[in-house]
Design a protein around this ligand. Sequence first.
Ligand code: NAP
Length: 320
Amino acid sequence: MTQANLPEYDYDVVIIGGGPAGYTAGIYAARAALKTLLIEGAGTVSQITITDMIENYPGIPDGIGGFELMQLFKKQAQKFGLEVLPKDVTVVKKSPAAQVLWEVTAGDKVYKTLSIIAATGAMWRNLDVPGETEFVGRGVSYCATCDGPFYRNRDVIVVGGGDTAVQEALFLTHFAKKVIVIHRRDRLRAAGMLQKRAFAEKKIEFVWNAAITEITGTEFVTGVKVKDVNTGVIREMAADGAFIFVGRLPYTEMFQGLVEMDKTGFIITDEHLRTNAAGIFAAGDCRSKLFRQVVTAAGDGANAVHSAELYIDDVKGQTY
Ligand code: NAP
């Protein structure tokens, strides 16, 4: 059957999200001559644009600022004619007009598309204490892989007791002189194997039943104020950096009820980045996966387009 048999639609693929996954998908889709629209949030702050320095994106040996790298992604996508819409998506739903179409509402318009790539990203959960926002990039970090190497022979604090906190604390021992894990309870949430490794690591110290009340510093972080949750006593602890790993939240609300998600709301995909809804693919940090980096998001973007392309070819070859 030919394309003429398909109901009317606006795009082969609508990419939702303007971070590394979204723009990589945009580059691949536009270059593959798929009719593509990338919708990026009008006011959403993406994690990469507030990342001070990215040293581990291949091909850029001197490192690059997150904002600057994102501008280069965009420039490359524009070169291939990617259509970009700076609007917030409010609704994603199956089109009542045809089973094979999805409808994406952004602003006052509805876009009909054969496929969607969800690249909406995630944001780390904040501690919400004084000093946290102020010192982001100047001692406060949410990524040990990104910022750990800046803390060679220094003392750092890690906040949290989950898998991420413990795994990243272990990673930070490769650089830091001392890693102090501050946790609000008297036991870790992290998997037993990670706990065992952390307890055996001489560079890691634990402060239990403790809540950070403030991150202190002048130009850079110099320490934290920590409250003993049992006694209420607050003490100051010196540190050169504070790594906060108290969970991460995906921007996936618009896909609730449409695709399968894990308990935190990250979208579950197969290895080809297909969700359980035919025609919806997910890429980057909004996807349920272990390693969230610019390079893995970019890889996801490329893979999602490849899978979408196969899907679109298949759909265009069917009868409706
Ligand atoms: P998480 O499991 O939700 O753990 C968050 C940690 O932060 C908990 O220890 C929690 O304390 C603490 N916390 C939350 N809010 C806090 C606050 N306001 N103040 C102080 N502490 C706070 O998040 P995650 O560690 O990022 O892991 C997310 C998911 O990814 C999990 O399913 C995890 O298993 C998975 N993951 C797996 C691996 C691996 O397999 N290698 C690695 C990383 C992540 P409480 O314990 O008291 O709740």
